[in-house]
Design a protein around this ligand. Structure first.
Ligand code: ADP
Length: 551
């Protein structure tokens, strides 16, 4: 027997429709690429997104066509995003931090027909345009006065593209499983793979992401997503904010500490989200200028583990609650959330800190388990490591064009239907998950596993350390031993003895790095995380003192 409720396909056009109907005056503030802070509203954005739809239809874009954006978080990006998705085109967000050749490869693989780009990325577009096989229209997200003058074929200013278009356009009216967005993984191993979100998966995930124990944002919040719309759906914030009627503050291209701080204060932001590297910059700025955060209440941090120093600074020095989130592009992206439970409130503060540094509990819609190499489930005792497997309506089943298929149906799943996250984790008795490493980064020493992440997160708290990375280096006796790589703060020169003394007692003895080296800059990948692959390459012939001693 079927239920007797109305048919209301879960499509994302309904999100902006809702904001337009019920929060038309709520502001969207942008640090524009042209310079000034601009102000608009959900009502105005809705109208201009309709114009985008009509402009796209005018150049022949139809249901299922891919439309790419290479853009910062701005009001225009939001308009293009909803204008394309709401008509059933597939909005392909391209990460500008990738190499130009990778960007060209991705756009060709996706067969994008239109490319919206910010003027900051005009040099990239000029370079790749001759390589692009399917793009017929280039739209610069600006007005005609700021149109890039370089050699980009068929380029039009966004304001001219939508000018004169009607604000009446049909949205929705397609099935909820229709493809909605496309985002490629960064391809640290092999070619990038396309994750193809559906309307239903994006809508369900946004509702889950905004549940009370996760972002918990509402119409009284002012939300600043530093996390970019070009990677993993800006952690759903571009859906969540119009859904709940929160004021939205878009940081544009300036993500340095001073610029983010200025917006946090001038716009009275209450909730923000980004990867730890952004927060290291902000916290440095706050200390240097002796500034306070007067309105911020919650900060979501994910993409890589929250360093202890960042957690303590936000919560103890600035009174801002840290929400630690874990996820990945393939999960839309949020999988777990580190909100504390009643059991944790009974603990002392230091134990609570340890708990908050873990990645947290599964969000509703996510099913999760840890298994050994044979697929057998490992116990939830907070100690046993296993491969972290996930399942859910906003978890990828297959990659675009069946890349990386593991079965005859083209799916990227294990036999039991779970997706292997590539992470290694523990789960404790009450379901709190802790990532101990990426499967490929874990250091295998004498048959046991050492978590590179754990050591890094402690080392980054040592005096004079700006960033820290740990990689496994080949060892004749133990297979691999950890090497600690340090990027010092300007003017600082922490010594090996000081760093090892700092780690002493904080990690198991046999986890102690065999050596410490200093580099000018720790390389970061396209999503702001430490590029372990590059470090492993740099140090592939590195001989540890312990190796020399063993010979
Ligand atoms: P990529 O970095 O390849 O683009 P994602 O951005 O999807 O991929 O990153 C997903 C990975 O980032 C996860 O599988 C995990 O290893 C890591 N990650 C994300 N959040 C956290 C976190 N809070 N703590 C530790 N690792 C995290």
């Amino acid at each position: 027997m079927l239920g007797l409720m109305q048919d209301w396909p879960l499509t994302v056009d309904k999100i902006l429709d809702h904001a337009h109907s019920w929060f038309p005056q709520r502001e969207v503030v942008t640090r524009s690429l042209e310079g000034p802070i601009t102000r608009t509203t959900y009502g105005a954005i809705w109208g201009r997104a309709k114009q985008v739809t009509n402009a796209l239809r005018g150049i022949g874009i139809v249901l299922g066509d891919r439309v790419a954006t290479l853009a910062w978080n701005t009001e225009r990006h939001l308009e293009a995003w909803y204008g394309a998705m709401s008509m059933g085109a597939v909005l392909h967000t391209v990460n500008p931090r990738l190499f130009p050749e990778q960007i060209a490869w991705i756009i060709n693989h996706a067969e994008d027909k239109v490319l919206f780009f910010d003027t900051t990325f005009a040099p990239i577009v000029e370079k790749i345009a001759p390589l692009l096989k399917t793009v017929t229209t280039y739209v610069a997200l600006t007005d005609r006065f700021n149109l890039p003058t370089g050699a980009i074929p068929n380029v039009i200013a966004y304001e001219d593209f939508i000018a004169g278009q009607s604000q009446d356009a049909q949205w929705g009216a397609f099935e909820e499983n229709t493809a909605c967005g496309l985002c490629y993984t960064s391809g640290t191993t092999g070619d990038p793979k396309g994750v193809l979100y559906s309307h239903r998966s994006n809508l369900l995930h946004a509702m889950a992401a905004n549940s009370a124990d996760c972002f918990g944002a509402g119409a009284n919040d002012v939300v600043l997503p530093v996390v970019p719309m070009f990677h993993a759906n800006a952690w759903a914030i571009a859906f969540v904010a119009p859904m709940c009627g929160a004021k939205l503050v878009m940081p544009g291209a300036r993500l340095d500490g001073a610029s983010v701080y200025e917006l946090l204060e001038s716009e009275k932001v209450t909730f923000t989200a980004a990867v730890p590297t952004v927060w290291l910059m902000l916290l440095n700025y706050l200390r240097e200028t002796n500034s306070k955060l007067t309105t911020l209440k919650r900060v979501a941090i994910g993409g890589s583990a929250v360093p202890e120093a960042v957690l303590r600074a936000f919560e103890q020095d600035y009174g801002v609650e840290v929400i630690h989130a874990w996820g990945m592009t393939e999960m839309s992206p949020i999988g777990t959330i580190g909100k504390m439970l009643p059991e944790h409130y009974a603990q002392d503060r230091e134990t609570q800190i340890k708990t908050k540094l873990k990645q947290g509990r599964a969000l509703f819609t996510v099913d999760m388990k840890i298994v050994d190499d044979e697929g057998r489930e490992k116990p939830h005792d907070g100690k046993a490591f296993g491969r972290l497997m996930v399942k859910g309506p906003a978890v990828a089943r297959a990659y675009f064009k069946n890349a990386g298929a593991r079965n005859a149906k083209g799916e990227c799943l294990e036999e039991d239907g779970f997706f292997d996250t590539g992470d290694v984790a523990t789960l404790d008795e009450i379901g709190v998950m802790q990532i101990t490493d990426r499967a490929k980064d874990v250091i295998k020493s004498g048959g046991e596993w050492i978590s590179s992440i754990d050591i890094e997160n402690i080392a980054v708290g040592a005096e004079g350390v700006a960033n820290a990375a740990v990689i496994g280096v080949v060892h004749p006796k133990w297979d691999e031993r950890p090497l600690l790589i340090i990027e010092p703060k300007p003017g600082a020169a922490p010594t090996k003895a000081q760093l090892l003394a700092f780690l002493e007692g904080k990690i198991a003895k046999w986890w102690m790095p065999d050596d410490v080296v200093t580099v000018e800059k720790i390389p970061l990948g396209a999503t702001g995380k430490i590029n372990k692959l590059a470090l492993r390459e740099t140090f592939k012939d590195y001989r540890l003192p312990s190796t020399q001693a063993a010979e």
